[in-house]
Design a protein around this ligand. Structure first.
Ligand code: SF4
Ligand code: SF4
Ligand code: SF4
Length: 574
């Protein structure tokens, strides 16, 4: 049943039970929020979203107030804007005057609100807490002095990721958001997903920066500096350069990276194809031997760390394949180095990833070969955008270029890795061919596509019927894994991605709370799949050459040495 409310003198329809904030947003009225996260239960704790309820003559929090028939609301009356201004002034009263040096300068919700609400002087002086920066994690950096205690990170970490490694501690003016016993993030159960950064309204949470090492390598004449970029990147940055959100600008990126000074530019989607060759063979082998099923993907380093900490009993189920980032790194420092006659010690290998956990993955001991890392430095998508600007590249003025060969050709199966469900779909396409000798008539598996947290389907491959599940968000993964641990045995293959929507919604992507942009990126990946002709990894000509010339066969000795790894139970404080 619909009800009617009066907003600023205009009648608006609302559904029974809907919050006032929802009604306002649906009708194009913007009300600022700081603690609120769309799709999560409102807490009303920051009070930024207050509106004036004329009948009760009170200020109410629109995120938690339910719309009632006949309600009369003012959203921007002098009383309302003054209340919001005082909230911002109170938040700024003990905030560092650091905007010019802050990573979020120009993209900070607190700074934006101060400007919007005409805060031009310090009317309230608060005691500034002196709190140390937590630099201990290889992925995430915390600056508690910039924290405004909105609680968004705490909720995402617990409700979306199921990790809960940060929470409020202490009381009153000494309240902070912190890890257990206020220890460094590196000793906590943090899985480095970066989703807390994505929701943080300020510069209190950021990624660890790898700029210095990369710049040094770029100016070192003894180094060959190579770069690879993940499938999601080229569809995630157009809007950062004033282009239409979601469009694929891979060609422009290739050209920009060469202008920056990288000697060779590779598309990680190639290594995604390689991952599929190994992983689909691993799936077939395990089904034939009926062991360690379901096979669970290992591409997402946040998920892998979660498994090491929270579900070590399922580690034998996780694929031994390295992720595409690490496979590309390993092939660059072996096959490619040999081809170009460059010593692997002289290669500095950079990757651009939508993910903060990739910084953690790149430095794992398991990802080194005889003491040399597969990948030396990782830039998130956000950092890459800054890098392009730092080097003064005008993305509108450069001509598209192709990625470098021999690792330059990708299929659309490798490209759809960027979306939740893409890895599973690509693996099924190749597993079907390996098992039957025929190509699938219909490559699309619609049941595994889309933004839902958990998707499942059953597929007939020759005489086999296999169950496939796809989950994104580790809290969703936990629910499915609980079923598996309780004996559910109709699922043979599970794709797990920590971030909502998969890598396109990764914690290293441009900070943007808009789900629409993530959906545009997913659409773009599937548009590429619809329009290009090579849709299966086993038909990637460069992958075929790589096996013929160097690796031998999937799961062979050389593949095991370079492309596979293992994971162990990990102890953390909590
Ligand atoms: S977090 Fe925002 S308000 Fe605080 S210093 Fe950084 S840009 Fe300025
Ligand atoms: S990076 Fe992920 S796991 Fe770590 S604190 Fe942030 S949300 Fe939690
Ligand atoms: S770290 Fe950021 S998201 Fe977390 S409570 Fe502080 S301001 Fe909010």
């Amino acid at each position: 049943m619909n009800i009617t409310i009066d907003v600023n003198g205009t009648k608006m329809e609302a559904k029974k039970g809907e919050t006032v904030l929802n009604v306002l947003n649906d009708n194009g009225i913007q009300v600022p929020t700081l603690c609120h996260i769309k799709s999560m239960f409102p807490t009303g704790s920051c009070r930024m979203c207050v509106v004036e309820d004329i009948i009760s003559d009170k200020l109410i929090t629109s995120c938690s107030a339910v719309a009632e028939d006949g309600m009369k609301i003012l959203t921007h009356s002098p009383r309302v804007t003054e209340a919001r201004k005082v909230i911002v002034e109170l938040l700024l009263s003990n905030h560092p005057d650091d905007c010019l040096y802050c990573v979020r300068n120009g993209n900070c919700e607190l700074q934006g609100l101060a400007e919007e609400l005409c805060v031009t002087e310090r009317r309230i002086q608060g005691r500034k807490n002196k709190l140390p920066i937590d630099n201990s994690s290889v992925s995430i950096m915390r600056d508690p002095e910039k924290c405004i205690l909105c609680g968004r990170c705490v909720r995402v970490c617990e409700e979306v990721m199921g990790v809960a490694c940060i929470d409020f501690s202490k009381r009153g003016s000494r309240t902070v958001v912190s890890t257990a016993f206020d220890k460094g993030m590196n000793t906590s159960s943090c899985v480095n997903c970066g989703q807390c950064i994505m929701v943080c309204p300020t510069g209190a949470l950021t990624e660890q920066n790898h700029f210095t090492g990369i710049r040094e390598a770029l100016t070192d004449p003894s180094k060959t500096v190579v770069v690879q970029y993940a499938p999601a990147i080229s569809v995630s940055i157009a809007e950062e350069f004033g282009m239409e959100p979601g469009i694929d600008i891979a060609g422009i990126m290739n050209a920009a990276l060469r202008k920056i000074g990288f000697d060779y530019v590779f598309d990680t989607s190639f290594a995604a194809d390689l991952t599929i060759m190994e992983e689909s063979n691993e799936l077939i082998k395990r089904i034939n031997e009926n062991r360690n099923l379901p096979l669970i993907t290992s591409c997402c380093p946040a998920w892998v760390k979660y498994a090491e900490e929270f579900v070590p009993e399922l580690l034998p189920n996780i694929s031994t394949c390295k992720s595409p980032q690490q496979m590309a790194g390993a092939i660059i420092k072996s096959y490619f180095a040999k081809q170009k006659n460059i010593s692997k010690e002289d290669i500095y290998s950079v990757s651009i990833m939508p993910c903060t956990a990739k910084k953690f993955e790149a430095q794992r001991e398991e990802m080194t070969n005889k003491g040399i890392s597969d990948v030396d430095a990782v830039l998130t998508t956000r950092e890459f955008v800054k890098f392009v600007k730092l080097f003064g590249i005008n993305m509108h003025e450069i001509e598209s270029e192709t990625a470098d060969s021999p690792l330059g050709i990708r299929t659309t199966a490798g490209k759809i890795f960027g979306a939740s469900g893409g890895v599973a779909e690509a693996a099924i396409r190749t597993a079907y061919y390996m098992l039957t000798g025929d190509e699938l008539v219909q490559f699309k598996i619609p049941e595994l596509r889309g933004f839902k947290g958990q998707k499942e389907t059953r597929l007939k491959i020759g005489d086999l019927e296999i169950g496939v599940a796809v989950v994104n968000g580790l809290a969703n993964a936990k629910k499915l894994l609980d079923e598996i641990k309780a004996g559910r045995d109709d699922i043979h293959f599970i794709e797990i991605m920590a971030c909502p929507g998969g890598c396109v919604g990764g914690g290293g992507q441009p900070v943007n709370m808009d789900e629409k942009a993530v959906k545009e990126r997913i659409k773009s990946l599937y548009r590429i799949d619809d329009t290009e002709s090579i849709k299966v990894s086993h038909k990637n000509p460069d992958v075929i050459i790589l096996y013929n010339e160097f690796l031998g066969k999937p799961l062979g000795k050389k593949s095991h040495e370079l492309l596979h790894t293992g994971f162990k139970k990990r102890e953390v404080i909590i």
